[in-house]
Write a protein that binds this ligand. Sequence first.
Ligand SMILES: CC(C)(COP(=O)(O)OP(=O)(O)OC[C@H]1O[C@@H](n2cnc3c(N)ncnc32)[C@H](O)[C@@H]1OP(=O)(O)O)[C@@H](O)C(=O)NCCC(=O)NCCS
Length: 164
Amino acid sequence: MIVHQVGVKFQRFSRFSTPSVTHAHIRSYQEADENAVVALWSACGLIVPQNDPRKDIARKVADSPELFLIAESGGRLIGSCMAGYEGHRGWINYLAVHPDFQRQGLATRLMSEAQQILIGLGCPKINLQIRRTNPTVRAFYESLGFTEDEVISMGIRLINDSLP
Ligand SMILES: CC(C)(COP(=O)(O)OP(=O)(O)OC[C@H]1O[C@@H](n2cnc3c(N)ncnc32)[C@H](O)[C@@H]1OP(=O)(O)O)[C@@H](O)C(=O)NCCC(=O)NCCS
């Protein structure tokens, strides 16, 4: 299913209810989004000392900005999904939905859009990494049909983002 419009309608809510997602727009990242994206990632606990979010954004914009998806409604940025494709596998990073709008299907819709774009590029499989400190995200990806691969994820840092 291709999702171009995701809904987030801001309903007046009290302490007894949460905002309802009914209308929102998914689009590519734009330069003016930077501060709001960093704020979203901060609200979602995705900013860690070893990564500089603004450098991550700049690298993505330089590489493939069309794969950096944003969900917004009423001028408020409430979701993100950074997809990638290097000719063999697709990747997902920085999937985030603001806590006020979680459990309403928005991340599912962001992933649907990202998957359709990747399929359009001929991408045969998505890989992604989940921090061990973030077990609930596993449940989200499993709800989409993702399964654990019998692999060890390894990495080596090439650029130290904590240096000026
Ligand atoms: C993970 C995240 C993006 C999910 O966003 P979301 O919009 O709430 O997800 P959805 O509403 O599309 O959830 C779809 C399904 O995933 C599962 N799911 C989602 N969040 C879950 C949670 N916290 N615990 C258990 N299952 C969960 C449920 O099966 C859910 O369906 P249900 O609500 O009908 O039960 C959001 O929780 C988030 O931004 N977390 C913080 C950032 C983060 O950790 N990102 C991942 C980096 S790897």
